[in-house]
Design a protein. Sequence first.
Length: 467
Amino acid sequence: MTQRGNSVPLTPTRVLCAHLAGVQYGDLTQAALREARRGILDWVGCALAGSTHPTIGKLLGVLKEVSGRQQATVIGHDLKLGLLDAALANGQMGHVLDLDDTHMGGVVLHPSSPILATLFALAERAPVSGADLMVAYIVGFEAGVRSGRASPGHHTGGWHPTGTLGSIAAGVAAGRLLHLDEQQLVYAMGIAATQAAGMQLNRGTSCKSFHAGKAAANGALAALLAQSGFDSSQEIIEGKKGFCHIYSDTAEPEQLVAGLGRTWMIEGNGHKPYACGILLHPLIDAVIALRQHASADISKLEELVLQVHPQALTVSGIMEPATGLQAKFSALHSAAAAFLDGAAGTAQYTDAKVVDPGIVAIRRKIRFEVNEALRKDETRATLTASGTRYEQYVEHASGTVFNPMTDQAIEEKFKANSMPIVGEEHAKRICDMVWSLERQTDVRDLIALISVVTTAGPSFREHLDVA
């Protein structure tokens, strides 16, 4: 390994951070910038929709008790908390509905909730332009995905990447927003990585989205500490006992810098049309397409057979979900709800839907077949109704990089998520601001719009004890 200066090795971590510390807005591709706008708009909508979830009410009740100086806005609420606490709350509310974006290019990661929650919190400390926010977002995205690619066994080991890789992504994004130099950014990445945590066993509980919030808080803290002179390992990913060796049973540290600068990882991002685990999306597409042949009539449905990638069942194999959160990781519930309702939005993943007699009846007529030849975004489905057999093939699930949501669809999803919280006028103003974000001189103008609650009922606000 070549040397930098007199004694510091030029590690892959340093190479990556040197590149990311030097990136300017003009270095970014139009494709990356477009995905940044789409990602920000989509995430803001997800966070606003998630702001009313009971899990967030419980979290805010505790944070208000323990939080320090009021520094940063809680999205969807007339409330400020300490910087780290606001990042935690906003990160969790962005992920709590499982509607936030998903990158599936070599690593399954929900990057925006950790990254944007930490950036929005830090943006209230001093004026931050829209262009600077976009650069930091893209840079953090790069660090998180590349760290995941360097650790290919990470997900199968039981870690929840949105908590682990999300900490790294948020730390590097926050460091870039604070204009840390190369050495400081190395330290920020190391401080963030050493806080990385999150267990897949917590899927279907309040803790799963909590991972995203903690990752956001970890990232903000890491960058602020690095800015103050805190240090860390210079080889946090590739070192002998670095992240890719202890968080993964196989290590490919060269992936941290492979093809660096050719394209941006954010260009391969995906967005969710459905409020559940991403591996369930292809089978939902297939069921919605097939249900027309049975007119959603349970009496006509004889059997529904779904061929899926193995991880669709290992990750989302809850056969008897007890709560709406658990249902988000139930292939059986998702297929049944999609057949009955022709949808898989937030309304299909409530506690009441889990015990809906119609959905329970449909579950008994669904059978899964594991097909290892299928990709994660691919499925084959067969429906038998009234003695006739129908087939449906989904090559790429809706919202994935090879079958992306249009800008119009992203905006419609945002408005559906945000209008019940901020109202139609504010939703439109937020859209206009995000689509032209690079021209905004102070991101606090956007933050002011997403903290305005116009239609949430008084009973909800009283429950949170929000003034």
